[in-house]
Structures are given as C-alpha cells and as structure tokens.
Design a binder for this molecule. Structure first.
Ligand SMILES: *Cc1c(COP(=O)(O)O)cnc(C)c1O
Length: 355
C-alpha cells in the first residue's frame, strides 16, 4: 500500500503531477525546451515576487546551497545555526575551504535580527546564510525582519536564504525583503518528486560572483546566466521536472497563493493544537513552523511501532532528526496535503496510541 507522506520532504505528489513527469522527451537545445524553461522561470518569479533572475538547477537543494556559497563568499560568511540543516550549510562552506564564522543558538530557538546585528557588527563579513525554516527543529526564523536590518545597516552583505522547506508554503517577497539568493528544492512545499532546485540570484550576487575566482563549475552563476539568457542550462536539465513544475505552478496559482499559504497555516494550527493536547510542542512556540510540526514525545511511546502501524493504514510521519531521534517526532504538512488529511492523520494516531 502507498503510504501518504506526512514527512517534511519529500512530500506527497499528486497523480496528475506524476503523469506530467511521463511527458515524452524533447531535446534540451530545442525551441520547445526554451519555451518550457521560459514559462517555468516566469512562474517561479511570480511565486517569489522577484523581477530579477531565477536559476533552475537539476540537483537537490544541497547542490545549490554549495553553489551559492561558492559564488557569493569572498571575505567571510556568517552561518547562523539553530539545527541540523543550518549546520549542513556551514559544513558545506567549510568543506569548500571558505572563510566562515558561526552564530549559534540552542535548538528550538529562532535566529533574530538583534543577534545577527550584534554579530555582524564585529565586522569582516561579506555574506550571511539564513535557514528560513529549520526543518530539524520546526522553527521558522523571521527572515524578512533580519533582511530588513541587514539591508539597512550592512548594504554589502550578500543575504542567502535556504527556503527549502517553506518555499510555496509561505509568502516570500524576494525583492521587497532584499534577498540576494533564495533557494529551494521542489520536493517539499512544491510537492514534486526530488531532483530540481530553484534559486533567485540578485544583481548584487552576480557582481560578487565576478570577484570570486573559484566558483566551481556546475553551479557557476556566471556560466548559468549566459545560458539562462537563451532559456537554457549549461548541462542537460531534468526536462521531466520542468514539465511537472510548469504544471504545478499553474495549479498553485489556480488555488491562489494566499489560499495556499492559509492552508499551510491551518494544517499547522491543527497539528499544534493536537500536539499541545497530547504531548508538547518542541521549541519556542512563537516561531513554530507553518510547514512542519515538531513534537516532544512526552509520553515515551514507541515511535517506530507507531509508524509501522500508520504504514498499515497508509501514512507515514517522521522521527526526530539527528540528535532528536526517539525523543521527538515530526509531522510534515507541506505541499498539496489538506486540513482534512492532517485531521485524518491525527485521528489515526489517536486510535493507535489510544489517546
Ligand atoms: C530538506 C532540506 C534540505 C536538504 O534538501 P535536499 O533537497 O535533500 O538537498 C536543506 N535545508 C532544509 C531546511 C531542508 O528542509
């Protein structure tokens, strides 16, 4: 039996989207491909509220996380850490030999404008990495407010945002907030199979990239920009994903962005209320994520037994990530899932655990 995915990625993919992935292949240097690429690019720009560049990469999000720091860090990057995914970005910078420093808060806490300001005031930084929705802890940091502060006080800093587990689930005003790079893979709130990632790239980021000698090859923004001008990519893209994203964007706009964001919040509110009633929400509740609910296992039930039983009923949820394994669990409510879906899910858990 197929298990409906209530995990924070990959998310459940609708049959129509899977069917679209099976569209017959076209050559990636054909006019038909350029038309498709242009269409996808325009729709992603509309989603992210940008009139600037959108680049499309055949890779998971981690690839673009690496590409972004390779293109945009010349002097020193500040990595903000509040969980496992923000830590991954820092590890990526280190693995590339980039100069880095960190600003770390305890898991379950958010990154705030005040602490970013205090750290950047030390000087020497030219890039900032933010994880908008830290999927490992279920914490959503106020990126809009942080960006507003950085743009006002530190105009030369390149702001890079990992929006992997919230893009298309919450509003992102790329240009109004002054983001330079805002990236995400499509297997989370976009509800596509994994394998494609999108990112905005500002003119400020392009100018920075020109000063960086070793930007790498596959994710080199300058090389990609040359091809993007012709609605192409330097290497062969996942054409199947492009078809699927083009259709999914139409479906997202048909639902309405405001409705989509309200649906994510309504799913989150249902899961939070349920969690508070039977367990406890993990972390600082004022920053609780709209797309993944992180719950402390206060009763010490056997998580793998629960997930096994849920599996028989056609659903799957997630264990705590990394150090949280066995101590917490997570319900992903992303993409095309509905409030009725999460109501059904929590009713199943109630039944299995006799809550
Ligand atoms: C899932 C996730 C990633 C990693 O994404 P991949 O597509 O597996 O590379 C990075 N950051 C966040 C916040 C995530 O949720």
């Amino acid at each position: 039996m197929h298990k409906k995915l209530f995990i924070p990625g990959p998310t459940e993919v609708r049959d129509e989207i899977l069917q679209t992935m099976a569209t017959p292949m076209i050559g990636h240097r054909s006019t038909a491909y350029a038309d498709l690429h242009k269409s996808v690019e325009e729709k992603v720009k509309r989603l992210l509220n940008t009139t600037g560049r959108v680049m499309l990469f055949t890779s998971s999000s981690t690839g673009v996380m690496e590409g972004a720091v390779r293109n945009c860090v010349a002097r020193k990057a500040l990595h903000t850490l509040n969980g496992e995914f923000s830590r991954r970005w820092y590890e990526i910078s280190k693995a590339n030999g980039l100069p880095v420093d960190t600003l770390e808060v305890a898991p379950g806490q958010a990154i705030t404008p005040e602490i970013v300001d205090a750290k950047l005031a030390e000087g020497g930084f030219d890039a900032l990495c933010l994880t908008m929705n830290e999927t490992s802890t279920g914490i959503f940091s106020p990126v809009a407010k942080i960006a507003e502060l950085v743009r006002a006080k530190y105009p030369d800093i390149i702001i890079m945002v990992d929006a992997v587990s919230c893009m298309a689930g919450v509003e992102i005003q790329n240009d109004a907030w002054g983001l330079d790079v805002c990236l995400a893979g499509v297997q989370k709130c976009c509800a596509l199979p994994p394998g494609l990632a999108v990112t905005t790239v500002s003119s400020r980021a392009m100018e920075r990239a020109k000063t960086v000698p070793n930007r790498g090859y596959y994710f080199d923004f300058i090389e990609n920009e040359k091809h993007a001008a012709k609605f192409n990519t330097p290497a062969t893209p996942s054409v199947s994903h492009m078809y699927a994203l083009d259709k999914q964007m139409d479906d997202i706009f048909a639902e309405g962005l405001a409705n989509r964001y309200a649906r994510h919040l309504a799913m989150a509110e249902h899961c939070r209320a349920w969690a508070r009633k039977h367990f406890a929400l993990y972390g600082d509740e004022q920053y609780a994520s709209p797309t993944v609910t992180h719950i402390s296992n206060t009763t010490g039930f056997d998580f793998s037994a629960l997930n096994k039983e849920l599996g028989k009923r056609g659903a799957q949820v997630s264990d705590g990530y990394g150090p949280f394994k066995g101590k917490t669990f997570r319900i992903g409510h992303m993409g095309d899932l509905t409030v009725a879906d999460v109501q059904w899910l929590t009713a199943q858990i109630d039944d299995i655990l006799k809550l």
